[in-house]
Design a protein around this ligand. Structure first.
Ligand SMILES: [Mg+2]
Length: 211
């Protein structure tokens, strides 16, 4: 059996990708970069902000460097913080699930986002006190898909056999590179059902092995 459960934030616990997109779209419009939801979803979910700016800047006519675009990151972060405060991104079922798991498993959140974007909503929803660790993008050298964020969380919890829950390709790659079991879900609405089914399957396998 595994312990603990390491959750990605955006797209797993919180329905924040549309909010990230809106904030980036507004900020980047000032640079003549027109971001669309379909391409954001396809190319940039789970990708670091720096890499996204590099790629969008290179595709612009004329091209603009990520260094020139980078100051817009703090503006985007402020916008995001304001919006997420006005409209909490968690479903009640997600909060209930975390309360239920707390005590049975150690829990952590592992995200590429800045801690200023993540900590306040987690605190407001009452999730922060349930976590044994929180690893954010600004606290590691190498972001997902590198294994460092998940390895750091496991180390902080003193755990060797965690379950990672992810929604994006780079996130799944990060968990696997760390050598951990990964459960992939399509969106936050699928979290409760998918985890429930997974836990039932794992306990069935454990029962069969003990027969
Ligand atoms: Mg995600």
């Amino acid at each position: 059996m595994f312990d603990p459960i390491l959750f990605d934030f955006d797209g797993v616990l919180a329905d924040t990708e549309p909010v990230h997109f809106e904030c980036w779209r507004e900020v980047l419009a000032g640079f003549g970069i027109h971001l669309e939801w379909s391409s954001f979803q396809r190319e940039f979910v789970g990708v670091s902000d720096w890499e996204m700016l590099e790629r969008l800047g290179a595709a612009r006519t004329p091209p603009i460097s990520a260094e020139e675009l980078w100051p817009s990151y703090s503006r985007k972060r402020e916008l995001f913080q304001t919006r997420i405060a006005a409209q909490p991104p968690f479903q009640q079922a997600t909060v209930d699930l975390l309360r239920e798991l707390h005590g049975k498993y150690k829990l952590a959140v592992v995200s590429s986002s800045h801690h200023q974007e993540i900590e306040p909503p987690l605190a407001r929803a009452g999730i922060l006190p349930l976590l044994g660790a929180l690893v954010c993008g600004n606290q590691v050298q190498n972001l997902k898909p590198a294994p460092e964020p998940y390895l750091r969380a496991a180390q902080l919890l003193g755990a060797s056999n965690p379950l990672v829950i992810e929604d994006s390709e780079p996130g799944v790659a990060s968990g696997r590179a760390a050598g951990f079991e990964v459960l992939r879900i399509p969106n936050p609405s699928a979290l409760v059902g998918s985890l429930d089914e997974y836990l039932r399957r794992v306990s069935l396998v454990a029962q069969r092995k003990s027969l």
